[in-house]
Design a protein around this ligand. Structure first.
Ligand SMILES: C[S@@+](CC[C@H](N)C(=O)[O-])C[C@H]1O[C@@H](n2cnc3c(N)ncnc32)[C@H](O)[C@@H]1O
Ligand SMILES: [Zn+2]
Length: 270
């Protein structure tokens, strides 16, 4: 819920504070931002750029996550935060590009963090994240145009398969704060990538991450999380629909773009 995170937020026009009033948030200069019926607040100045996940992508992601297919990732996030902060986070956990808020809700719950803030460019994602956990609040913002969060407000910053601006990420972190970043390895979804011709993961994603972060953070530990999952047919479709390849699918096409399901039968429909 928004009350838990209002104190961490800044006005996107630059003022350092926002206050909750009837129906919205206001800054000292009088900029006002409406709280949506679904409980999130939109702090974007202008329309969302095309990179935002669509409603269909967000519900496909929810389908996959609620079936437990990303449970190993969630568990690794919880373990990483616990290892770094054995007494639990003493301030907000900020999740950048939080999507449905699935991982954030689990980490807030498991670590007893006082609050979680889900930041996403997509209002469809913010809508879901706003109800992911009683202590989680959600905002719509473009992290490439500055995260509307106070300096040093976060005990933990999570970035899971989402955009990373190293300077912004460390600005919002407390001095002893923890940044947990998850990137796909080249083996991520490999059987589907090979069979369906999905977008491939850049071979040196980890190297790119390390180079971007080395100027602002020290690497404490790295863990490879791998799990083989069995998918039913429409989960295959959901994986395609939630990922970057979905941006490249032609919504007008009536036949599937891929030749056949990896399970061997013609299954995928949209
Ligand atoms: C692959 S999804 C990952 C979602 C979530 N972290 C998870 O693992 O379930 C990437 C998310 O980043 C969001 N996103 C993309 N560009 C963004 C930006 N510039 N600022 C904030 N969020 C962004 C998308 O809307 C999407 O929800
Ligand atoms: Zn303002």
């Amino acid at each position: 819920v928004l009350e838990h995170v209002v104190a961490d937020l800044t006005c996107p026009h630059g003022e350092p504070s926002l206050r909750l009033v009837e129906g919205g948030l206001v800054c000292p200069s009088g900029h006002q931002f409406d709280v949506a019926r679904q409980g999130y607040v939109n702090l974007l100045l202008g329309p969302a750029p095309a990179a935002a996940d669509t409603a269909a992508m967000v519900s496909a992601r929810e389908r996959i996550q609620s079936a437990g297919h990303q449970g190993a990732i969630t568990a690794a996030l919880v373990a990483a935060v616990r290892a770094a902060l054995p007494d639990g986070p003493q301030a907000t956990i900020v999740d950048i590009g939080a999507g449905t808020g699935h991982h954030l809700a689990a980490v807030v719950e498991a670590t007893g963090a006082p609050a979680g803030l889900a930041v996403d460019l997509s209002k469809h994602a913010a809508r879901r994240a706003a109800r992911a956990h009683p202590r989680v609040g959600a905002i719509v913002a473009d992290v490439w145009r500055g995260v509307p969060v106070r300096d040093a407000a976060a005990a933990v910053v999570l970035v899971v398969f989402a955009p990373r601006d190293p300077v912004e990420l460390t600005r919002i972190l407390r001095p002893a704060g923890v940044l947990v970043a998850v990137t796909p390895t080249p083996r991520h979804l490999a059987p589907l990538v090979a069979t369906l011709g999905l977008l491939q993961v850049d071979e040196d994603k980890t190297g790119t991450l390390d180079r971007a972060m080395s100027s602002v953070a020290t690497l404490e530990r790295r863990q490879v999380v791998e799990e083989v999952r069995e998918l039913v047919h429409d989960e295959v479709a959901a994986i395609v629909a939630m990922g970057p390849s979905a941006h490249h699918l032609d919504p007008a096409a009536s036949t599937p773009r891929w030749p056949r399901c990896p399970s061997g039968s013609p299954c995928v429909s949209r």
